[in-house]
Every structure is written in structure tokens, then in C-alpha cells.
Design a binder for this molecule. Structure first.
Ligand SMILES: Nc1ncnc2c1ncn2[C@@H]1O[C@H](COP(=O)(O)OP(=O)(O)OP(=O)(O)O)[C@@H](O)[C@H]1O
Length: 239
């Protein structure tokens, strides 16, 4: 991401949500994005993932050479579907589909067939091999988030973007989900970028990006939850 600025609204009501943000996220790493409320975390994620266009600046993704901010709407949709994985706080699973169908949905939307072996591998990695014919309503929150992670991984995306992935989960389940995300980096070589309010969640990351007022305040390596919380206090955040 190169000098990305995002301004919402205009004239008197203009808000600069991101102010010339430049960052390069190394492949096969786990990055947490933290900052006080309103510091630009969601905007950062949306611009990095091609969900929103920067007002100015460029966004590049993995091996894709072109600037995301210049792609047509169609190309961007295709890229999001095929090259990026998403995990949200609210799981966003389809109630009428079983676990296997939910996981393979991105492939079907892209007109691709599921590789049975890879699907089975992913199912067992996320611990759902025995529940593959269940519907989301028959699963716990943690299990539903595992389905969402499997769905994010099934296309072997360049990056998985996670927006508060543990925000709706209890502490123990949250840790299981964070461990799973960590494993996707360590064993599958996945690149993961996660927005979070939670210092414990950020402590699972290789790098923690601290945003304040739309700017990168600091990028720190492998912090403990206490170190993250301490930095947040100094940023004026309530975590
Ligand atoms: N669609 C929008 N229209 C106008 N202003 C917006 C819009 N989206 C975000 N903003 C503003 O941009 C700034 C950054 O918002 P953003 O949602 O990226 O922050 P955040 O760090 O994710 O906050 P939170 O932790 O509360 O979710 C805020 O001042 C917000 O009010």
C-alpha cells in the first residue's frame, strides 16, 4: 500500500480516515491492525482488500502486479472472490447451506470445482471433518467461525483479511480461533491481516500496526498482550 489516503464526505464535512498510509505486509506473516476507535482500521482493511477505493494512492496485493485502486468494478469483484479470503466478526455463513457447501461457495461462484482432497484437508485442519453436513444453526459460534476460516482458505488466497474475527466469541473460543489463524500462517504459509481491538488477539501476530488519526503510528514485532495494551493506552485508545 503506497501513500493511501481516504477521505469520506467533502468540504466542511470531509473526514480524512487514512492519511498517506504506506506499508508493505510481508507474505506468510500474521499482521494485526490496532488503534483507537475511529483511527481508520476498518478503512485500512477495506482499502487493502479492494472493498473500497482510496481517494488517492495505490494498493498492490501479493503477486498481482496491478494497482487495485485502478481495477474496474468487475475485475475487483473477481479478484476479491478468487484471490482474497474474508473472515468477519459475524461469520456471514449461509443458513441454508451445510458446512461443505458454505466452504466451497467461493469456488462455485468463481465457476471452479472444489478439489476434494484439499477440501478434506481444510475440513480436518479446522476440526470440522465430523460436522461437514451440519448447517450453521447446528454449530457453536466458534465452529461457525471455523467454517468461515475454511471458506476463506479454500481458494488458496493471496491474503486472508479478518475483521474482528473473535469479537463475537468467548475468551476460550477466541483463543482457539486465533491459534487456528496462527496455524494457517505457520503451516499453510497463508498471509493474514486482522483488525482487532483485543490486545490478546494482537499478541498472536508477527507484526502489530498501530494506527492513530489515520496514520501509522508504529509497526512493532511480536508484542505480548501487555505490551500491546500499554501502547494502546499511550495512543489514547480504550482498546
Ligand atoms: N462511510 C463513511 N462516511 C463518512 N465517514 C466515515 C465513513 N466510514 C468511516 N468514516 C470516518 O472515518 C474515520 C475512520 O473510521 P474507521 O471506521 O476506519 O475507524 P476504525 O478504527 O475502524 O473505528 P472502530 O474501531 O470504531 O471500528 C472515522 O472518523 C469515521 O467516522
Amino acid at each position: 500500500m503506497d501513500s493511501v489516503t481516504k477521505v469520506y464526505g467533502r468540504d466542511g464535512a470531509a473526514v480524512t480516515a487514512l492519511d498517506r498510509v504506506s506499508i508493505s505486509i510481508p507474505p506468510e506473516t500474521f499482521t494485526a491492525v490496532m488503534g483507537p476507535s475511529g483511527s481508520g482500521k476498518s478503512t485500512f482493511l477495506h482499502c487493502a482488500a479492494g472493498l473500497d477505493r482510496p481517494t488517492s494512492g495505490s494498493v498492490f496485493l501479493g503477486s498481482i502486479g496491478s494497482d487495485l485502486s485502478k481495477l474496474s468494478e468487475n475485475d475487483l469483484t473477481k479478484l476479491r472472490r478468487e484471490r482474497i479470503g474474508f473472515v468477519f466478526q459475524s461469520f456471514n455463513l449461509l443458513a441454508a447451506l451445510d458446512v461443505r457447501q458454505n466452504i466451497t461457495l467461493p469456488l462455485r461462484l468463481a465457476g471452479r470445482r472444489a478439489d476434494r482432497k484439499y477440501l478434506d484437508e481444510i475440513l480436518s485442519r479446522v476440526g470440522l471433518a465430523q460436522r461437514d453436513r451440519h448447517r450453521p444453526s447446528q454449530l457453536s459460534g466458534g465452529q461457525q467461525q471455523r467454517v468461515a476460516i475454511a471458506r476463506a482458505l479454500i481458494t488458496r488466497p493471496e491474503v486472508v483479511f479478518a475483521d474482528e474475527p473473535t469479537g463475537a466469541l468467548d475468551t476460550v473460543t477466541a483463543r482457539e480461533i486465533l491459534t487456528l489463524l496462527r496455524q494457517t500462517v505457520d503451516t499453510l504459509g497463508q498471509t493474514v491481516v486482522m483488525v482487532t481491538h483485543d490486545p490478546v488477539a494482537a499478541s498472536y501476530a508477527d507484526n502489530v500496526v498501530f494506527l492513530a488519526d489515520g496514520r501509522i503510528h508504529e509497526i512493532a514485532k511480536q508484542l505480548s498482550a501487555d505490551e500491546v495494551a500499554d501502547r494502546m493506552t499511550h495512543l489514547g485508545g480504550r482498546s
